[in-house]
Design a protein around this ligand. Structure first.
Ligand code: FAD
Length: 450
């Protein structure tokens, strides 16, 4: 009970998006938090090399930010609402597929470094949070709760211990690596054939946006695609997703420009020919990895969250949102189990994996939808059916994308809900189909035999 409630001593490894948020949740509960980060303070290095420059924030992430008092600021002051996908045809014409035709909800484009900096800045409000940058975790004895860090600026090592270690150190987590030695720890990792490369559309000369701002722009080309998300300074971060083999073929300026002329001609004047060539050849495309593992904890001592526990491919825009949801759910478990770590960690492990596996699978599927299916009549037909029934019966029929993006329905239920909808529609369509056949046959008989 509450009578023996004590302040826990927690170490969070990784001050990325998820670790920084987790520190705030724990600080609010009154625990002592030490946050260790490999890189230097992101607030001092505005151009810190990250993953993507901006990302899509949706309801799960917003709920977490609300819990720590930052949602309104992020949405009202910083985020750029995106109301739908704006599809670019090869001839340069565009059309819009709204995310939510009925209740008009948006996802928000937010700057990664900005959000990360904001979370760290907020942690300064709490006397019980300490931040250590330039500290790389190099060794861990999780059962003992002890960690060894290398100070990257001085090359010293430091040993520290804590009641609880939370690994939020990303897709290549060192904490997870230490967990691998545990018996019954399941792990799988999948690199997809595709990589990504970021380009940029600058602001217009008058300082505005060069494309309609409130959309996620997509150039779907079947096997590959390009997307663009708006930035606060009216520029666009453009990301080309494509098989590595295809990237490799574009090894000269001529080939690159011919490729863009063929598939993305309308983007060339926006990006600028010169910048396109410069930026494309300045960096190598980055790989995309998905990691599934379980359990997420070691006894009452260590836990992994965020990408460390479940890196997903980025095509559902849910990686950060899912990581933020980890923090929300964990906080609810701290409440439920009155800080009893053994119970909290066990329940988190047992209940969370099904949903993170689900979003991982959904994200793999969504790549095909974004780059290919969106342009097909069968997709458009299904989307129209979904939107129509959703409009008729908003509480009864929530389309998959909406349940993932605009609700907090557990991800695994989002899939089950969709499978149920598929069955209903199949039945309905076969009844309509059979009805039409019988009707047709009867009409035919009446016409020719009576
Ligand atoms: P990270 O952001 O990777 O942070 C981990 C931190 O741990 C880093 O700061 C790192 O320096 C530190 N660290 C690593 N190793 C050590 C160590 N040994 N010792 C100490 N510190 C260490 N998600 C969305 O929700 N919406 C999107 O639109 C979206 N778009 C994306 C686009 C792309 C191209 C990519 C690649 C990802 C996208 N994501 C998106 C996913 C999102 O980026 C991740 O889910 C999110 O960054 C996970 O946060 P994290 O804090 O768990 O991990």
């Amino acid at each position: 009970g509450y009578s023996n409630k004590k302040q826990l001593d927690v170490i969070v490894v990784g001050a990325g998006l998820v670790g920084s948020l987790e520190a705030l949740y724990l600080a609010k509960r009154g625990h002592r938090v030490r946050l260790y980060e490999f890189r230097e303070d992101i607030r001092k290095t505005p151009q810190a090399r990250g993953r993507s420059i901006n990302l899509a924030l949706s309801v799960r992430g917003r709920r977490a930010l609300k819990d720590v008092g930052l949602e309104t600021h992020m949405i009202k002051e910083h985020g750029i609402p995106m109301t739908g996908r704006r599809i670019h045809n090869t001839d340069g014409s565009t059309y819009v597929i709204p995310y939510d035709a009925n209740t008009k909800q948006s996802i928000y484009s937010v700057g990664r470094n900005y959000l990360n900096g904001l979370l760290l800045q907020e942690s300064e409000q709490y006397g019980n949070v300490e931040r250590y940058f330039n500290h790389k975790l190099i060794e861990a004895n999780l059962k003992k709760g002890s960690l060894t860090f290398l100070k990257t600026d001085t090359n010293e090592t430091v040993n520290v211990t804590a009641d609880l270690i939370i690994g939020a150190d990303g897709a290549f987590s060192a904490v997870r690596k230490a967990m691998m030695k545990q018996p019954f720890f399941d792990f799988s990792q999948k690199y997809i054939e595709h990589g990504y490369l970021e380009l940029c559309i600058p602001p217009a000369d008058n300082g505005g946006f060069l494309m309609p701002a409130n959309y996620l722009h997509i150039w779907p080309r079947g096997e590959f695609m390009m997307i663009a998300l708006p930035n606060q300074d009216c520029s666009w971060t453009v990301t080309l997703f494509m098989p590595f083999a295809k990237f490799k073929n574009l090894d000269t300026e001529e080939k690159l420009l011919a490729f863009f002329e063929k598939y993305f001609p309308d983007s060339i004047p926006l990006i600028g020919k010169q910048k396109l060539v410069e930026d494309f050849f300045a960096v190598k495309p980055s790989p995309l990895v998905a990691v599934k593992c379980r359990p997420y904890h070691v006894e009452d001592k260590a836990l992994i969250i965020g990408d460390a526990a479940h890196a997903v491919v980025p095509f559902y825009g849910q990686g950060m949102n899912a990581g933020f949801e980890d923090c929300t759910l964990l906080d609810q478990l701290f409440q439920k189990h009155h800080d009893n770590l053994a119970e909290i960690l066990q329940e988190f492990s047992e209940t969370r994996w099904e949903d993170t596996f689900a979003i991982s699978d959904l994200a793999m599927y969504n790549y095909i939808e974004m780059r290919d299916l969106v342009t097909r009549p069968s997709y458009k037909f299904r989307k129209a059916m979904d939107d129509f029934i959703f409009w008729l019966l908003p509480n009864f029929w929530v389309p998959l994308y909406n349940s993932v993006t605009f609700s907090t329905m557990p991800y695994s239920l989002c899939i089950k809900n969709r499978e149920w909808q598929d069955r209903v529609l199949k039945k309905f369509l076969s009844i309509v189909g059979i009805g039409a056949l019988i009707g047709g046959a009867v009409a035919f008989k009446i016409k020719y035999y009576s």
